[in-house]
Design a protein around this ligand. Structure first.
Ligand code: DC
Length: 231
């Protein structure tokens, strides 16, 4: 059976990666979390003092250091997915902090950074058999993807999910702070000039505010099977 490309886009904390991982596993496809790549570049910016607490201050510095940023995914059988490596260091944990979440949107608006990352992403999908999640996968990275999903959920449901996730990881955060971050990122991600977050015309809109994981998976898996059978 021919393999297809599955693009999953949507707002932050809609559970894109959870469902994308399950889908990839069930289909025997590669899973790529493109948010992790933007987060790794943000971590690089923080470590090189290109940022203040609230903003990316030295855009030029970061852009001129782009050739020093090497990103790689390496599969970890223990966790069942590919982890993010920045210059050969596993940064999977460091890129998930609220500090990185606060600075990632201003990093993701920079054209040169998007060009570099989109290039890598297109190469990863050359052989199809891939589930990729992000913000511009169905619109920019794989506009020809056979299955495109656009995930949404209310801001408070998403903030609550992210808040619980951060608490479970031992971060001390307030719900209000997380909600503010979710709303701010929604705004920046959907109004930026380059590749703003928007639903591709041929994407299926999927609101999971009131849907459990099992139901989400079943529905998505069926969408995928229907398309794969027609190939
Ligand atoms: O999916 P995430 O929350 O880990 O993504 C982190 C940020 O990266 C998000 O605020 C927007 C940006 N991003 C992007 O601009 N394009 C992508 N394809 C993926 C993520």
């Amino acid at each position: 059976m021919k393999k297809i490309t599955i693009a999953i886009d949507g707002f932050s904390s809609t559970g894109k990666s959870t469902i994308a991982k399950q889908l990839a596993k069930a289909l025997g496809y590669i899973y790529v979390d493109t948010g992790a790549m933007y987060r790794a570049v943000t971590l690089f910016a923080i470590r090189n003092d290109f940022t203040s607490e609230e903003n990316l201050e030295n855009v030029e510095g970061l852009v001129s250091s782009l050739s020093e940023i090497h990103l790689k995914f390496k599969y970890n059988a223990d966790v069942g997915f590919a982890e993010m490596y920045l210059n050969e260091e596993n940064v999977e944990k460091e890129i998930r902090t609220l500090e990185v979440s606060k600075l990632v949107s201003p990093v993701a608006v920079i054209e040169e950074i998007r060009e570099k990352l989109v290039d890598i992403q297109k190469k990863m999908g050359e052989d199809k058999g891939i589930v990729m999640d992000g913000r511009d996968i169905g619109t920019v990275v794989f506009p020809e993807a056979e299955l495109k999903i656009f995930m949404t959920a209310s801001a408070d449901k998403r903030a609550y999910r992210r808040y619980k996730e951060l608490l479970d990881r031992g971060e001390k955060v307030s719900y209000e702070d997380v909600l503010q971050n979710v709303e701010k990122r929604d705004h920046i991600d959907s109004t930026r000039a380059v590749s703003p977050l928007r639903k591709a015309a041929d994407a299926i809109e999927f609101d999971n505010s009131d849907m459990g994981l099992e139901e989400q998976f079943e529905r998505m898996y069926n969408f995928a099977l229907r398309i794969i059978e027609k190939q």
